[in-house]
Design a protein around this ligand. Structure first.
Ligand code: GLP
Length: 258
């Protein structure tokens, strides 16, 4: 357990739609003003609404990702990038298809690399060469994971291949209709995430309430990977009322009223 020198800014909004609107506005604003030349992206159900709004803006011509470089947090191991359940496919489908982004500037870890250790080191090097991540988007797992950094992940961990917790595989079963969820994934480490200049974590729904309370009010410990964000000087949490249900009044008091 470590001291917690920082507390993420917290915004509690009524609905998942409000979370998506607010997050999309922050991300689009940062892109437009050149504060997010390198974006760290997340997958899962939570950011879908954000990507829908950003896609609408790009189709309307009010937002461009032409000059943006992206690095995704994670990818399943053992399935090819063009597998319909890969996170590459997810990103292409939900964000990049509507975008003027240069696809060569979109990066995800390689889940099929013959030499995973080397591929992970290369991913870290690419992030560094790009100048580091300006704004990292995160979701949170029900067990407090960020990316695929399961409980127990070291706070100085870097991109690497990891086993997935049974609870995470069960939570993600919907991504693999009729198939089995891979047992491993490649994920940025917690150290990689903490190196981002700015972090935005999104959470919605009652299933995230316990993880969010542990993250913001429990000990800062690898047992709750998301608690590492309390070691970052510029982290923001945007959640809906349902996800905030287990937060104490003191924590909630610091947030704008819904
Ligand atoms: C997944 C992803 C994470 C994501 C989290 C929450 O397993 N690897 O990056 O943030 O779990 O997912 P969801 O938003 O679908 O609840």
């Amino acid at each position: 357990m470590q001291d917690s020198p920082f507390q993420p800014r917290l915004m509690v909004l009524p609905t998942p739609g409000d979370v998506a609107q607010k997050a999309a506005a922050l991300i689009a604003g940062a892109v437009r003003t050149g504060r997010a030349r390198v974006l760290g992206l997340a997958t899962g159900r939570t950011p879908l609404g954000v990507y829908t709004i950003l896609s609408q803006e790009m189709r309307a011509g009010t937002l461009s990702l032409a000059g943006t470089t992206t690095f995704n947090l994670d990818e399943y191991a053992g399935i090819p990038a063009d597998h319909p359940s890969s996170y590459r496919s997810y990103m292409n489908r939900h964000l990049f298809a509507a975008s003027d982004i240069d696809m060569a500037r979109t990066h995800l870890p390689d889940g099929m690399a013959p030499d995973p250790v080397r591929a992970a080191a290369d991913y870290e090097a690419m992030i560094e060469t790009a100048g580091g991540i300006d704004l990292q988007i995160l979701g949170i797992g029900q067990n407090g994971h960020i990316g695929f950094n399961e409980p127990g992940s070291r706070f100085d961990s870097r991109t690497r291949i990891v086993p997935l917790a049974p609870s995470t595989r069960a939570a993600n079963a919907g991504d693999f209709p009729g198939g089995t969820v891979p047992e491993k994934a490649v994920t940025m480490g917690i150290g990689t995430i903490l190196a981002a200049k700015k972090i935005l974590l999104l959470a919605s729904g009652p299933a995230k309430a316990e993880a969010l309370a542990a993250m913001l009010e429990g000990p800062v410990t690898p047992a709750c990977p998301a608690s590492a964000l309390r070691l970052h000087p510029d982290a923001t949490v945007i959640c809906d009322t349902a996800a905030a249900a287990r937060l104490s009044p003191a924590t909630r008091g610091a947030a704008p009223a819904p």
